[in-house]
Ligand binder design. Sequence first.
Ligand code: HEC
Length: 145
Amino acid sequence: MNNKNSLRGLLLLAGLAVSALVFAHGDVTPQAVDTKGLDPLGKDWRDSNPYRAPYANNKLAVEIGASAYTQNCARCHGLEAISGGIAPDLRKLDPGTEGDEWFKERVINGAVRDGAVYMPKMADYISQEGLWAIRSYLESKHVDE
Ligand code: HEC
Protein backbone atom coordinates (compact mmCIF):
# COMPACT_ATOMS: atom_id res chain seq x y z
CA MET A 1 0.00 0.00 0.00
CA ASN A 2 1.40 3.41 -0.83
CA ASN A 3 1.02 6.35 1.49
CA LYS A 4 -1.98 7.81 -0.26
CA ASN A 5 -3.91 4.57 0.00
CA SER A 6 -3.17 4.06 3.65
CA LEU A 7 -4.24 7.63 4.34
CA ARG A 8 -7.48 6.95 2.49
CA GLY A 9 -7.94 3.77 4.52
CA LEU A 10 -7.45 5.68 7.71
CA LEU A 11 -9.95 8.33 6.73
CA LEU A 12 -12.49 5.65 5.83
CA LEU A 13 -11.99 3.99 9.21
CA ALA A 14 -12.40 7.30 11.00
CA GLY A 15 -15.62 7.87 9.08
CA LEU A 16 -16.94 4.47 10.09
CA ALA A 17 -16.09 5.11 13.72
CA VAL A 18 -17.98 8.39 13.64
CA SER A 19 -21.09 6.84 12.10
CA ALA A 20 -20.99 3.99 14.60
CA LEU A 21 -21.00 6.64 17.31
CA VAL A 22 -23.92 8.44 15.75
CA PHE A 23 -25.96 5.25 15.43
CA ALA A 24 -25.14 4.30 18.99
CA HIS A 25 -27.20 7.31 20.10
CA GLY A 26 -30.38 5.50 19.16
CA ASP A 27 -30.27 2.70 21.66
CA VAL A 28 -29.55 3.86 25.14
CA THR A 29 -28.39 1.19 27.53
CA PRO A 30 -27.46 3.15 30.60
CA GLN A 31 -25.49 1.29 33.23
CA ALA A 32 -26.56 1.05 36.85
CA VAL A 33 -24.28 3.08 39.07
CA ASP A 34 -23.03 1.59 42.34
CA THR A 35 -23.04 4.48 44.81
CA LYS A 36 -22.10 2.53 47.92
CA GLY A 37 -20.34 4.78 50.42
CA LEU A 38 -22.27 7.93 49.43
CA ASP A 39 -25.16 9.23 51.56
CA PRO A 40 -28.49 8.03 50.16
CA LEU A 41 -30.68 10.95 49.05
CA GLY A 42 -34.15 9.51 48.63
CA LYS A 43 -36.55 10.48 45.89
CA ASP A 44 -36.81 14.25 46.16
CA TRP A 45 -34.24 16.01 44.04
CA ARG A 46 -31.81 18.32 45.82
CA ASP A 47 -31.32 21.80 44.36
CA SER A 48 -27.57 21.63 44.69
CA ASN A 49 -24.89 18.97 44.72
CA PRO A 50 -24.88 17.35 48.18
CA TYR A 51 -21.53 15.66 47.47
CA ARG A 52 -19.53 18.83 46.85
CA ALA A 53 -16.61 19.50 49.21
CA PRO A 54 -16.60 19.91 52.19
CA TYR A 55 -18.72 16.73 51.96
CA ALA A 56 -16.53 14.13 53.62
CA ASN A 57 -16.74 11.60 50.79
CA ASN A 58 -16.32 14.07 47.93
CA LYS A 59 -13.31 12.13 46.63
CA LEU A 60 -15.31 8.93 46.46
CA ALA A 61 -18.13 10.79 44.69
CA VAL A 62 -15.66 12.03 42.07
CA GLU A 63 -14.35 8.49 41.54
CA ILE A 64 -17.79 6.96 41.22
CA GLY A 65 -18.82 9.82 38.98
CA ALA A 66 -15.83 9.33 36.68
CA SER A 67 -16.75 5.73 35.94
CA ALA A 68 -20.49 6.48 35.71
CA TYR A 69 -19.75 9.34 33.31
CA THR A 70 -17.60 7.10 31.11
CA GLN A 71 -20.34 4.50 30.89
CA ASN A 72 -23.32 6.78 30.41
CA CYS A 73 -22.35 10.18 29.06
CA ALA A 74 -18.99 9.89 27.30
CA ARG A 75 -20.36 8.55 24.03
CA CYS A 76 -22.06 11.88 23.42
CA HIS A 77 -20.18 14.32 25.64
CA GLY A 78 -16.70 12.91 25.01
CA LEU A 79 -14.10 10.88 26.90
CA GLU A 80 -12.71 12.63 29.99
CA ALA A 81 -15.53 15.15 29.54
CA ILE A 82 -13.71 16.70 26.57
CA SER A 83 -16.37 17.19 23.94
CA GLY A 84 -15.65 16.07 20.39
CA GLY A 85 -18.35 18.44 19.18
CA ILE A 86 -21.41 16.16 19.20
CA ALA A 87 -22.73 17.53 22.48
CA PRO A 88 -21.73 20.42 24.78
CA ASP A 89 -18.46 20.28 26.71
CA LEU A 90 -19.56 19.62 30.27
CA ARG A 91 -16.29 20.85 31.78
CA LYS A 92 -17.61 24.33 31.05
CA LEU A 93 -20.75 24.07 33.15
CA ASP A 94 -20.80 26.77 35.81
CA PRO A 95 -19.33 25.46 39.04
CA GLY A 96 -21.49 25.75 42.15
CA THR A 97 -25.22 26.01 42.58
CA GLU A 98 -25.95 27.75 39.28
CA GLY A 99 -24.39 24.93 37.30
CA ASP A 100 -26.19 22.42 39.53
CA GLU A 101 -29.56 23.82 38.51
CA TRP A 102 -28.85 23.50 34.80
CA PHE A 103 -27.29 20.07 35.26
CA LYS A 104 -30.37 18.88 37.17
CA GLU A 105 -32.76 20.35 34.58
CA ARG A 106 -30.99 18.52 31.76
CA VAL A 107 -30.52 15.12 33.37
CA ILE A 108 -34.15 15.06 34.52
CA ASN A 109 -35.75 16.38 31.33
CA GLY A 110 -33.20 15.48 28.68
CA ALA A 111 -33.17 17.54 25.51
CA VAL A 112 -35.71 17.33 22.71
CA ARG A 113 -35.67 19.52 19.61
CA ASP A 114 -38.34 19.40 16.93
CA GLY A 115 -39.47 16.08 18.32
CA ALA A 116 -36.01 14.50 18.08
CA VAL A 117 -34.36 13.27 21.25
CA TYR A 118 -30.94 14.90 21.50
CA MET A 119 -30.36 13.65 24.98
CA PRO A 120 -32.42 11.02 26.83
CA LYS A 121 -33.85 11.69 30.29
CA MET A 122 -30.89 10.21 32.12
CA ALA A 123 -32.62 10.43 35.52
CA ASP A 124 -35.03 7.74 34.31
CA TYR A 125 -32.10 5.33 34.31
CA ILE A 126 -29.56 6.59 36.83
CA SER A 127 -30.23 7.35 40.49
CA GLN A 128 -30.01 10.84 41.94
CA GLU A 129 -26.94 9.66 43.86
CA GLY A 130 -25.27 8.47 40.65
CA LEU A 131 -26.03 11.72 38.85
CA TRP A 132 -24.71 13.98 41.62
CA ALA A 133 -21.59 11.80 41.65
CA ILE A 134 -21.23 12.55 37.92
CA ARG A 135 -21.73 16.24 38.67
CA SER A 136 -18.94 16.01 41.29
CA TYR A 137 -16.65 14.45 38.70
CA LEU A 138 -17.48 17.15 36.15
CA GLU A 139 -16.71 19.87 38.68
CA SER A 140 -13.33 18.28 39.32
CA LYS A 141 -12.68 18.76 35.58
CA HIS A 142 -14.05 22.27 35.35
CA VAL A 143 -12.44 24.70 32.92
CA ASP A 144 -13.46 28.27 32.14
CA GLU A 145 -14.57 29.10 28.61
C1 HEC B 1 -27.42 10.49 23.25
C2 HEC B 1 -26.41 11.50 23.51
C3 HEC B 1 -26.30 12.02 24.93
C4 HEC B 1 -26.10 11.30 26.11
C5 HEC B 1 -25.97 9.80 26.29
C6 HEC B 1 -26.00 12.29 27.15
N1 HEC B 1 -26.17 13.55 26.63
FE1 HEC B 1 -26.17 15.31 27.66
N2 HEC B 1 -26.60 16.35 25.98
C7 HEC B 1 -26.65 15.82 24.72
C8 HEC B 1 -26.91 16.88 23.75
C9 HEC B 1 -27.02 16.72 22.24
C10 HEC B 1 -27.02 18.06 24.50
C11 HEC B 1 -27.33 19.48 23.96
C12 HEC B 1 -28.81 19.61 23.91
C13 HEC B 1 -29.27 20.94 23.34
O1 HEC B 1 -28.44 21.77 23.00
O2 HEC B 1 -30.49 21.12 23.25
C14 HEC B 1 -26.81 17.71 25.89
C15 HEC B 1 -26.81 18.60 26.94
C16 HEC B 1 -26.45 18.30 28.25
C17 HEC B 1 -26.33 19.27 29.32
C18 HEC B 1 -26.49 20.77 29.19
C19 HEC B 1 -25.13 21.33 28.77
C20 HEC B 1 -25.10 22.75 28.37
O3 HEC B 1 -23.98 23.31 28.26
O4 HEC B 1 -26.14 23.35 28.14
C21 HEC B 1 -25.96 18.57 30.44
C22 HEC B 1 -25.70 19.14 31.83
C23 HEC B 1 -25.85 17.18 30.07
N3 HEC B 1 -26.16 17.05 28.74
C24 HEC B 1 -25.48 16.17 30.93
C25 HEC B 1 -25.40 14.81 30.58
C26 HEC B 1 -25.02 13.77 31.50
C27 HEC B 1 -24.59 14.00 32.94
C28 HEC B 1 -25.11 12.60 30.82
C29 HEC B 1 -24.85 11.19 31.34
C30 HEC B 1 -25.53 10.83 32.56
C31 HEC B 1 -25.54 12.91 29.47
N4 HEC B 1 -25.69 14.27 29.36
C32 HEC B 1 -25.76 11.97 28.47
C33 HEC B 1 -26.50 14.49 24.38
C34 HEC B 1 -26.34 13.44 25.29
